[in-house]
Design a protein around this ligand. Structure first.
Ligand code: BGC
Length: 763
């Protein structure tokens, strides 16, 4: 199959048997190979390559096969088995030029095995752990015949009202950039051509996380300095790590939709950053140019998008309908079409598809008899990653870990909800394969204790909200209401709680509440669950909250009233085991928040690395005419970088290798970290820099390094960080990255607010 295919492709002829192995000189020379192919293509075939079509949603299967044979499709997404993908690839190879298609999918936090959502992965602050999630995702996705993932999603988000905050890695440019780089390498492995690699398509370029008011699909209006300083670095990191694709954001940037934004896609991405992969639109984004009001009609929308640099149109009809006429009329140059085609073919070349179009689809004889077979899952890795994603927010009087003795009550609508464990963007995950908290606790306790269980409340009693969440979904209505009255459910839960020694309440959001198109105006746990929590509190029993949610919530009540609070996000296939490991102390929690938790919605944005102001707020002083709200203190309820452990850690003062650093030189900052508590444990030591005086205003501090460290009880270790110029860079008013001499403060801490300072001068 492979040899026949190659000869036909290179010569542009019908298939003929050949004797020699395919390593033709032409195939080994990517630019020549692609140029040769483009020379043979008709305009129609070229436009075909620019279309990314979802089977089912965009086109029914029989039509899809016809379109593939006619060379009218460049790639597809949303099919997830080799069995489904094979006939499509075969159809593509029956087209005149036998150009293979690629298969893409949203493998965002796992494929069949589901890992914690982005915020959870980021909470591990452990790049090896995050790499594990990416590598396993690539292995599983490629084994299902997929060539590309629409990930990583690296949009910085500082507004938790935005539902897609869940998908990203939080508010900090440095942490998100590190994760972006890690995941691209994990998805693509040594090469995107490897059979167990998938090409990473970083998204959403750019600034999608800054939609105004946190309302999905809203506009973004941002100063260039902020863009370059904070929001663009993660995309750049992904591209520098070799991401083969970029998906363009749905939002406008400073008045020009990203999908028609020549500055963004040409000047910045191609010219300044040297990106040489493929640029994809988001779903239907090109036709949305009409609704943005920058294109009069479909013809204009297609023209703007192709000229701006959108190589492939996702869910396309406009490229197909409009590009032929635009080329004929001379409004789009054939050279512009060729450029886009070159990128698409280049991506396919890099995926290894010209060498073997069935590289990931394999042969039918090797297809898994059951795609959802247990043996295909990576449960051990999922449990390990999920444990690390859990953040202990409160633990009064060492309520946790719990004893595996006596009687425990488990209540709450999320205690036994397999679908919610997966979080949104759960790819090919199967809800019934996820371990709920109820299952996890039952297994952990065995016969040693009694576990009582009651649902206690629905996620929400708001009918309209339920309708919205179920409308958004996917296959089935997934927010299923218990028909009993709230009073009946609470009474049952209280009765159960009264018989128990301790209450564990699993509360928060359904997974659909933190998703695309799921922006919120309130950040509280819904009222139905708040009522349950208040009733439980009145029993006087120790109350442990296990939170499941995809965004920072307003946790004022929880902080004041719960004995322990554990943030578990949506923790994936093995979530129930991982949470039980933490609750019973089989794993000592080590997660840290990658995003600040505000005190209230009114405080948003609450990110830690905010710019300095002329009248700064001073804590504890009733300050008139300082930058504050008078109803509540400035600063978050739980800060960026925060998370407790079952043990205690102590940090020494910071030692610097020198009080001065010269430009181009280095400086070492070190601390001694001691585990002073009763247990082995891990924490993350974080290094922040504060630039005292510069030509432009600077953030109050910025994360520049971190290290996750595991220490035995009583153990101490010196932690050293090497600083260089890059850590001191700023974006100046001319948008150049520069280093300006002067005074700096190094701050080292176990969260962003409680830090040990040391000063030095850069000469
Ligand atoms: C989302 C993208 C996603 C695409 C394909 C869009 O609605 O914004 O993140 O990759 O759909 O599923």
């Amino acid at each position: 199959m492979k040899r026949l295919y190659l000869l036909g492709l290179i010569a542009g002829l019908t298939l003929q048997p050949v004797a020699a192995e395919p390593s033709s000189a032409l195939l080994d020379d990517k630019p020549a190979f692609i140029a040769n192919l483009i020379e043979q293509m008709t305009l129609d075939e070229k436009i075909g390559q620019l279309r990314l079509i979802s089977i089912g949603a965009d086109m029914p299967r029989p039509r899809m096969l016809d379109a593939l044979e006619a060379g009218q499709i460049g790639g597809t997404f949303n099919t997830v088995t080799r069995h489904d993908n094979r006939p499509m690839q075969e159809a593509a190879l029956r087209s005149r030029l036998k150009i293979p298609i690629f298969f893409a999918y949203d493998v965002v936090h796992g494929h069949r095995t589901i890992f914690p959502i982005g915020l959870g992965l980021a909470s591990s602050w452990d790049l090896d752990t995050i790499a594990t999630s990416g590598r396993v995702s690539a292995i599983e996705a490629s084994a299902d015949g997929l060539d590309m993932t629409f990930a990583p999603m690296v949009d910085i988000s500082r507004d938790p009202r935005w539902g897609r905050t869940s998908e990203g890695f939080g508010e900090d440019p440095y942490l998100v950039s590190q994760i972006a780089r890690t995941l691209v390498r994990a998805y693509q492995g040594d090469s995107p051509a490897a059979p167990d690699s998938v090409t990473a398509s970083v998204k959403h370029f750019a600034l999608y996380g800054a939609v105004e008011g946190g309302r999905d699909y809203n506009v973004v209006d941002m100063s260039p300095m902020r863009m370059h300083q904070d929001f663009l670095p993660p995309y750049r990191a992904a591209i520098d790590a070799g991401a083969g694709g970029v998906m363009v954001a749905l939002n406008a940037i400073n008045g020009v939709p990203a999908s028609a934004n020549t500055w963004l896609l040409q000047d910045l991405l191609r010219r300044d950053w040297g990106f040489d992969g493929v640029v994809l639109s988001d779903h239907g984004a090109i036709s949305e140019l009409m609704r943005h009001g920058v294109a009069r009609d479909g013809r204009e929308a297609a023209r703007l998008a192709i000229k701006a640099g959108i190589d492939m149109s996702m869910a396309d009809s406009l490229y197909r309908e409009q590009l032929p006429g635009l080329v004929q009329a001379g409004e789009v140059e054939i050279g512009e079409i060729d450029t886009a085609v070159r990128e698409v073919l280049g991506a396919k070349y890099d995926m290894g598809l010209f060498h073997n179009p069935f590289r990931r689809i394999g042969s039918a004889a090797d297809d898994p008899p059951d795609v959802n077979a247990e043996s295909r899952l990576h449960r051990k890795a999922a449990r390990e990653v999920a444990r690390q994603s859990i953040v202990l927010l409160e633990n009064r009087d060492r309520t946790l870990p719990l004893n595996k003795r006596g009687t425990l009550a488990l209540v709450g609508p999320l205690a036994d909800s397999p679908i919610d464990m997966m979080g949104s963007w759960s790819a090919a995950g199967v809800a019934t394969q996820s371990v709920t908290l109820h299952q996890g606790m039952l297994e952990a306790l065995g016969d040693d204790a009694v576990l009582l269980h009651a649902r206690g409340a629905n996620i929400t009693d708001d009918k309209q909200m339920v309708e919205y969440l179920n409308f958004l979904n996917w296959d089935n209505p997934e927010v299923v209401q218990d028909p009993r009255s709230p009073e009946q459910m609470i009474a049952e839960a209280v009765a159960v709680a009264e018989r128990a020694d301790v209450i564990v309440a699993a509360v928060g959001e359904s997974r659909g509440m933190s998703h695309e198109a799921s922006s919120r105006t309130r950040l509280q746990i819904p009222a139905s669950q708040q009522a349950l929590l208040k009733a439980l509190k009145e029993t006087g029993k120790p109350l442990v909250l296990v939170l499941m949610n995809g965004r920072p919530l307003d946790l004022g009540w929880a902080k004041a009233n719960a004995d322990a609070v554990v943030e578990t996000w949506f923790s994936g296939t093995e979530g129930g085991h991982a949470i039980a490991d933490v609750l019973f102390g089989d794993y000592n929690p080590s997660g840290k928040l990658p995003i600040s938790f505000p005190r209230s919605v009114g405080q948003i944005p609450t990110y830690y690395n905010h710019l300095r102001v002329g009248r700064p707020y001073v804590e504890g002083k009733p300050g008139n005419y300082t930058s504050q709200y008078f109803e509540e203190p400035n600063g978050p309820l739980y800060p960026f970088g925060y998370g407790l452990s079952y043990t205690d850690f102590d940090l020494s003062e910071v030692r610097l290798s020198s009080p001065t650093m010269t430009r181009g030189g280095r400086l070492q900052a070190s601390v001694t970290l001691t585990n002073t508590g009763p247990r082995d444990g891990a924490t993350t030591v974080q290094l922040y820099i504060r630039d005292e005086v510069a030509s432009v205003i600077r953030p109050v501090k910025e994360l520049k390094a971190f290290r996750k460290v595991a220490l035995k009880a009583g153990e101490a270790r010196e932690i050293r960080f090497d600083l260089d110029d890059e850590d001191l860079q700023l974006v100046n008013a001319q948008l150049q990255r520069v280093v300006e001499p002067g005074e700096f403060e190094v701050q080292i801490g176990l969260d962003s607010q409680h830090v040990k300072p040391a000063r030095f001068t850069l000469r």
